[in-house]
Design a protein around this ligand. Sequence first.
Ligand code: ZN
Length: 175
Amino acid sequence: MGNPLLRKEAKPFTEEEIISEETKVLLEDMWDSLEEAGGIGLAAPQIGVSKKLAVIKLSEESDRYPDMETSEAYVIFNPIINVIDRELQGFWEGCLSVPGLRGYVERPRKVRIDFLDENAKERTIEVEDFLATVFQHELDHLIGKLYVDRMEDVSTLMFEDEMILQEVSEEEIVD
Ligand code: ZN
């Protein structure tokens, strides 16, 4: 947080760029970074690349989120997000770009995402509940937004150590 690149709108990929060798290397780098950090999602601007790419995988091996549902590995280029259900749901969110902190954020509970996959094929998915929040958090990174911007009540911002002391449920946390 504080790096201007995290506050910029990222640039879209061309189809040629998506299937290029350079992007394959970038993707490997992103999956490695995500695994190393024990996170569940990562956007390219978080590793210094201002391009519209995010990866998401709810993994059982996540150290940060031990008791979580799992998901397939999503590779998301040039996403367009639409809200399907405006009803809000709240989770305690964290971010690898805002280390050591968590904050309570409410977001729409169901969204549709139109995007290109790693073969530059058009795909549409609908996600709800926890996964919907994860997608909204990661795709926010591609338009220069951080979860702290989405907090209704900044007084809920707290250190992870303090969360453990306060016994806030781990299940309600996102990356
Ligand atoms: Zn984040």
